[in-house]
Design a protein around this ligand. Sequence first.
Ligand SMILES: [Zn+2]
Length: 248
Amino acid sequence: MLKTEGIVLKEMRYKDTSKILSIYTKKHGKITAMARGAYRPKSQIIANTQPFSYNEYQLYKGKNFYYINQADIIDSFYSIREKIERVVYGQYMLELIEKSMEEGQENPKIFMLLLKGLKLLSGMDKDFLKFITAYELKFISFLGYRPLLDRCVLCGNKNVKNIRYSPKEGGIICYNCSSYDSSSIYLDDNLYRGINELLYIPLDRIHKVKLPDETIKKIHYIIVQHILYNIDRNKLNTLNFIKALEST
Ligand SMILES: [Zn+2]
């Protein structure tokens, strides 16, 4: 039997009344857990087994997955469901973890980031893309792939004029090295400054960062390429919904 805090990433129906959950736990990283009877009308664990809900779980380990013995809700993050943008960006935060972390891979920094991110998102009414771009930069850094921004990732050149960003190499490349990665993206001064600001600003102070919408969109695009490359994926499903929201 083990006790840990956890946030539900994903739910899947199993047989008639049960659910299989993907839960991101503080102590054991991502786990797969069975919630028996979660779909029964009088189930006591309906609220504890929905995506976003944050619980204190008592689990025991079976042969193939964990079983939920008890769950006490800490925060359901219900207000995320009250606004479409919150749902879409929140689902993206969950999918990022679901698709990039191995089972049992513990990472307390990412757990705290997700928690803080969901709390801020719960009360958010604007500037979602700026928020998520800062979140992505922190997420990928905590995963071990912090973008290298103070010198050329290939030769160490510290001249940051006429630079490009290489998602593959994980940072900026200087003018002399620019031919090494044809998929690199040109960074003007605004983009370069913007990436730095969004990387280092704490999430709860994001309103202090003033950037034009177009700059944020480009940085978001660049960082998504960086993430996809490092987590070895071609796409993330929720990115399509973000694209749809941002184009309206
Ligand atoms: Zn270089």
